[in-house]
Design a protein around this ligand. Sequence first.
Ligand SMILES: Cc1ncc(COP(=O)(O)O)c(C=O)c1O
Length: 294
Amino acid sequence: MTVLVFLDPGFPEGRLADGSEPQLMATDLGATRGDGIFESMLAVDGKPRKMAAHLDRLGSSAQALDLVPPARDAWERAVATALAQLMLQAGPGEAVVKLLLTRGAEGAASPTAWVAASPLPAGSRERTADGLAVLLLDRGYDSTLAERAPWLLLGAKTLSYAVNMAALRYAKANGADDVIFTSSDGKVLEGPTSSVILAVEEDGVKTLLTPELESGILPGTTQRALFDAAEAAGWARGYGPLEPVHLMEADAVWLVSSIRLLAPVTSIDGTPISSSPALTEELTSLLREALSEA
Ligand SMILES: Cc1ncc(COP(=O)(O)O)c(C=O)c1O
């Protein structure tokens, strides 16, 4: 079940549309060229989580693509309409809320913008809780390319996710669950739909590490929320460059994202790595608490 709400100037609260009927022009450049951006956000019992951070990132992605997004309050009202409708249809619980913005139908002067809300598929988080077998896959460019080649839109959350989905299929076809991309100069980047975080403890100092944002990765809103919450709880934080050896030697590694939260990695390229259910539990509860306030 998917509730759709289009951002339409004639409908200040957003225009509800039937999710089981076609709604987009077949010439929409989001569909024909992947020319658009999106956000995936968690909602719990009708309340969006860290919406401001998602709207900030939507704004940066829009800027990278020279798209003019609708105003923040228009998104906020459309999300509220979608979630109210979802609560009516599906009741309370966790939901996936997508914000989508395309360059619009060919020849049209305005972008297409809509919100799609659906219940979190049952069991989807539990499936990753036992741990992920991950493959390291080469993304084919070096970690300094983002600065030199802004037209590649590295770091923007574009609708062109075909490569990310192909990487996940490649992992599944090769007996793994997920992927961590590496750069051609051997740096750890991110997952196809997640940020990479690792924990190390040295001389009694617990530290969370993640690759540096300048390496052409998407700035993760979950990674940031978790780092802030962990720092407030006494953890140190650090940013890469990280290499595969750091993953192999860490006390624990997770793939994190808005919907999945923390998914522990238990093997890399078939080699078991250290994981810690206690750390996963500690950090998940810190994150959930932070999210309930964001
Ligand atoms: C490529 C990529 N990196 C990182 C993330 C994690 O971002 P967030 O924590 O904001 O969901 C995502 C989320 O879908 C992603 O697609």
